[in-house]
Design a protein around this ligand. Structure first.
Ligand code: AMP
Length: 143
């Protein structure tokens, strides 16, 4: 399954935040939208960075709640690794496993067009495996 097919199954678009937003504000946003990461962008198109719940937990653990008034740009990971609409779920799984992160912004011609989480990839693979199983069962049973 390719990224463009996975994107069609997702209802919500990608959530972006400006680099000037505070860590407290982005935490509230991620909590209310029930998401684990946001793309940091000044114009909603170019991905300047990515901020995941892990970054917030790391800062809280290292510096305490004083980090809540810091800006997103202070704690984000700059220049995030992205994927394209034509990449496959298998390729994404490999990148996520090797790089040890769970989110990949989808970038097309330098413009952010979506976000794929590890949950989306697992769901896509499970659905592929179910289809493969059905096809193989059909072949064995002669259907
Ligand atoms: P995650 O597992 O996605 O919650 O992220 C773990 C760490 O990797 C955090 O420091 C993130 O900022 C960083 N990270 C997440 N996704 C990406 C990405 N696509 N490119 C670069 N860094 C990332």
């Amino acid at each position: 399954m390719q990224v463009h097919q996975i994107l069609k199954t997702k209802s919500a678009g990608v959530v972006t935040v400006p680099p000037t937003m505070t860590v407290a504000e982005v935490s509230a946003l991620m909590s209310s939208r029930r998401i684990g990461a946001v793309v940091v962008s000044a114009d909603g198109k170019a991905a300047l960075g990515i901020l995941s719940e892990r970054d917030i937990v790391r800062e809280l653990g290292n510096h305490g709640d004083g980090c809540l008034i810091a800006k997103v740009s202070d704690i984000m990971t700059p220049n995030p690794v992205g994927c394209t609409r034509s990449d496959t779920a298998d390729q994404l799984m490999e990148v996520m496993t090797n790089r040890r992160f769970r989110h990949l912004p989808v970038i097309e011609d330098g413009v952010l067009v979506g976000m794929i989480s590890i949950g989306d990839v697992v769901k896509a693979r499970l659905s592929e495996l179910a289809m493969e199983k059905e096809a193989l069962t059909g072949m064995i049973m002669g259907n």
